[in-house]
Design a protein around this ligand. Structure first.
Ligand code: SAM
Ligand code: F3S
Length: 486
């Protein structure tokens, strides 16, 4: 029996046991809703959870009211996200009043950090699962249902026993896909919680990465993003000749794959051969996210980044000499303990020097257990906000100038599927223009900018998805471009 409308069933109907329902016809289908917070690693983990749960008869739903299992995949990198988790679970608690069979779970970094403590604190939470235990998720849910026992699984699997989940061919028509190449991080940046929540580095064997990408390409994927907390150190934990640059070349050799991206990097491990790959590997897209965190050598030392500003800039200059078309982005933290106005000014100078295409900026937020949490968090919140706004205003201007440069140019676009009109916001000029243009297909430039192109028919839209096309840019918005097929 297929229960496609679980929420429309009355509570007494829902009280059937799994065995009863199975008897009524085949394997029971249940719905899982997963709310994903944080970085791409969490997006990837959400997909792995969905795959693991599919084998137990769970299909994803985008409506939490329909769910038999609702999981929040959490991030603890900043405390703001942690607050969001708590309020979300408060809302979900109410859903249990209408659906007592609803199982509520927490995954991701908060789950890993807090474990059993979360079950003690939140009586409506049924299970807690850490990133290393995703494969156990179906049995944890089953145990919760069958024995009415709340479950917590947060042990790290030791690196010799760690097994990456078997890849599954997607059947959702996707054109781009993430591929994790390693898990964990061996760096100890003093502000960062990730090494505590994700554990030590484990690299996926290169042959497995290649096999996985081949599987994706056979399923229609044309672009992959190789994923890890610091992919630049790929392979260092294995006795192998394959470093990250070699891995990129191996993946690039796969027929049918058009584009490769990767995220994210640590400047200290960014090798010359990786920089050279941007010049020599045509499939490696010209967009490099290279986090620096601060423009002040003093702050970088306190952050325990093990790189300075000068050696970072040397790498940037080398990249620009070898591959001038590569767009750069970075991560920056403002208001780190001890950051003076002079330190902040050095970060502002860095923006002018590098002229990043885009960047991610954050106010420092103290994370319990990290080395920086022992420092005096002495920049007042209002001052952190002021610095962040100042930095973002300058960067917005640089980004706008970078994007304006695309006007009138022809670019290669990999089309992904229908454009989402609402993304630009109902008031935006771009959204109005798109409305007036009708049906739109969305794709990305090599530098990862979204481009929307008008098409005549839904059939044309379907035909373009997964294909590369040449587009003349005639519209530059705040976050995306518009153009016409050449
Ligand atoms: N390698 C990781 C990545 O980008 O996937 C970096 C980890 S973290 C998820 C991403 C960014 O969050 C960092 O580069 C840093 O700028 C920021 N971040 C990490 N810890 C932070 C903290 N305690 N306060 C503010 N920002 C933080
Ligand atoms: Fe965090 Fe530094 Fe690793 S930012 S993820 S400890 S490279």
């Amino acid at each position: 029996m297929t229960m496609t409308g679980a929420n429309s069933l009355s509570i007494s109907q829902k009280a059937h046991t799994q065995a009863e329902l199975a008897e009524l016809g085949g394997q029971m289908q249940r719905h899982v809703y997963i709310e994903t917070m944080g970085c791409q690693m969490n997006v990837y983990d959400t997909e792995r959870m969905q795959e693991a749960l599919a084998s137990a008869g769970y299909v994803p739903t985008s409506e939490v009211e329909r769910a038999d299992l609702a999981i929040v995949n959490t991030c603890s990198v900043r405390d703001k996200v942690e607050h969001k988790v708590t309020s979300l679970l408060g809302v979900w608690k109410k859903l249990k009043e209408f659906n007592p069979d609803l199982v509520l779970g927490m995954a991701g970094c908060v789950a890993q950090q807090e474990g059993q403590k979360l079950l003690d604190k939140l009586p409506h939470l049924d299970l807690v699962v850490g990133p290393d235990q995703i494969a156990q998720l179906p049995s944890l849910v089953e145990a919760r249902r069958a024995h009415n026992q709340r479950q917590s699984a947060t042990a790290f699997v030791n690196r010799r026993d760690y097994a990456f989940p078997e890849p599954v061919a997607p059947n959702d028509g996707r054109v781009t896909s993430m591929v994790t190449v390693m898990k964990g991080c061996n760096k100890v940046c003093s502000f960062c919680i990730v090494p505590f929540t994700r554990g030590r580095e484990v690299s996926k064997p290169a042959a497995d990465v290649v096999r996985e990408v081949q599987l994706l390409v056979e399923a229609g994927v044309r672009e992959v993003t190789l994923l890890g907390q610091n992919v630049n150190s790929y392979g260092k934990d294995r006795e192998t000749e394959v470093d990250f640059a070699v891995l990129i070349h191996q993946v690039a050799a796969i027929d049918g794959l058009e584009r490769i991206r990767f995220t994210t990097s640590h400047p200290m491990d960014c090798t010359d051969s990786l920089i050279e790959a941007f010049a020599t590997c045509k499939k490696l897209m010209p967009f490099f996210h290279l986090p620096i965190q601060s423009g002040s050598p003093k702050v970088l030392a306190a952050m325990r980044r093990h790189h300075g500003v000068d050696d970072y800039l040397e790498k940037v200059d080398k990249l620009r000499r070898l591959a001038p078309h590569v767009a750069l982005s970075t991560d920056l933290i403002v208001g780190f303990p001890g950051e003076t106005l002079e330190d902040f000014e050095l970060t502002m100078q860095l923006l002018g020097r590098v002229r990043y295409a885009t960047l991610y900026s954050f106010m420092y937020s103290s994370r319990p257990g990290t080395r920086a949490a022992e420092l005096n968090d002495d920049v007042p919140l209002a001052e952190k906000k002021r610095r962040l706004q100042q930095l973002q205003a300058v960067q917005d201007q640089i980004t706008a100038e970078w994007m304006a440069d695309f006007h009138g140019r022809e670019v290669d676009v990999l089309f992904e599927g229908p454009s989402r009109l609402h993304e630009a916001g109902p008031q935006s000029k771009l959204s109005q223009v798109r409305e007036s243009r009708g049906l739109q297909v969305m794709g990305r430039t090599p530098q990862n900018l979204k481009v929307n192109v008008a098409v005549e028919t839904p059939e044309q839209l379907t035909a373009l998805a997964g294909r590369l096309g040449r587009v003349q840019i005639d519209l530059v918005g705040q976050n995306s471009l518009g153009g016409k097929l050449v």
